[in-house]
Design a protein. Structure first.
Length: 168
């Protein structure tokens, strides 16, 4: 029986652990060849790659810092070159900085890195991948609800999405 994603190539950023590794395994289970990226865990990445290969698919790990637009762009190009094409991008790499954003002692360099990875790295990956994907390509971006705001200062996100449309 042919698997649903046989012949497809997927790139999972941050694929060496957690949700990224689980996503890579799920894609491989459906027959996709899978590339994963990591920034600081080559041993963990190699374990995942070996698990993927054991499922009968091609797999490879690439070191790339999602905070670097140059490295992200090169990652996408390298995957497409090495695997022959790119069909699926899963933007999973991300970080969360602890502490209140309005606290003067919060590490602004860490906040800048968080922004570089979680926003600009995702945008760069999408821009790079969309140039290489044909019809039927898929891009999935995974986010986290790891941020909390005291109730008196927050507004539920759903209230914005359900706000009435202004009259035309």
């Amino acid at each position: 029986m042919t698997k649903k994603l046989s012949g497809k190539v997927a790139l999972v950023t941050g694929g060496s652990r957690g949700i990224g590794a689980a996503s890579a395994r799920a894609l491989a289970d459906e027959g996709a060849n899978v590339a994963i990226s990591y920034v600081a865990s080559p041993d963990k990445a190699e374990v995942v790659v070996n698990e993927l290969k054991a499922k009968g698919v091609k797999a490879r790990a690439y070191k790339a810092d999602q905070a670097s637009a140059v490295e992200v762009d090169q990652l996408v190009k390298d995957v497409a070159k090495d695997f022959g094409h790119l069909d699926i991008l899963v933007n999973n790499a991300g970080v969360a900085v602890g502490g209140p954003i309005d606290d003067a002692n919060t590490d602004t360099a860490a906040l800048a890195r968080q922004d570089a990875i979680n926003v600009h790295g995702v945008i760069t990956a999408i821009r790079s991948a969309s140039k290489l994907m044909g019809d039927g390509g898929r891009i999935v971006t995974i986010g986290s609800g790891s941020v909390s705001v005291p109730p008196k200062r927050s507004r539920p996100a759903s209230s914005f999405s359900r706000a009435p449309k202004p009259p035309s």
